[in-house]
Unconditional design. Structure first.
Length: 168
């Protein structure tokens, strides 16, 4: 029962956090939909795959792996697809005055979003995982090497971007 409460609590916190930040940015700060979506993902998107094991290991020593997995699923299966869909809405938000046209475009945006690998790949991986389908050991090793390099590459990329942009 404790595990279920923990899972549902994290799901609600991350989902509500996204919606609250989006609402504040969109309706109070009057930002565009795409900017509101980006800010929502940035602020409420859990960086749990990177900091989760380190920080949560002390708070929840037996459930750390489960919390990291849930956080990754919420971010990759819910928040990222929603953000991709909302990012594409600005293209017609300003020009479309007809309500039917907006609904039509929203449907096309959802279809277009699901054509992008950043949206369908995590959902496809979740489905494969639910059916117990695993990768061969050779592919697992390849993805482990890639996964191990991503943190360092992200920091390296940030360093280069900051050097080029020279923020004051």
């Amino acid at each position: 029962m404790k595990i279920f409460q923990l899972r549902s609590g994290f799901l609600l916190a991350w989902s509500e956090g996204y919606l609250i930040v989006f609402s504040i940015c969109k309706f109070i700060l009057k930002n565009s939909t795409s900017l509101s979506a980006l800010r929502s993902l940035t602020i409420s998107g859990p960086a749990i795959p990177f900091v989760g094991p380190t920080l949560l290991g002390f708070l929840f020593p037996t459930e750390t792996s489960l919390i990291v997995a849930i956080g990754s699923l919420i971010m990759n299966v819910v928040q990222v697809p929603l953000t991709v869909i909302l990012l594409s809405t600005d293209s017609y938000e300003l020009s479309a005055s007809n309500k039917n046209r907006k609904i039509n475009n929203l449907g096309l945006d959802i279809i277009s979003a699901f054509k992008k690998p950043v949206v369908w790949a995590p959902i496809f991986a979740l489905i494969l995982s639910l059916f117990g389908i695993t990768l061969s050991p050779i592919w697992q090793k390849n993805f482990s090497v890639l996964g191990g390099a991503t943190g360092g590459m992200a920091l390296f990329s940030i360093g280069i971007i900051l050097y080029v942009k020279n923020p004051s």
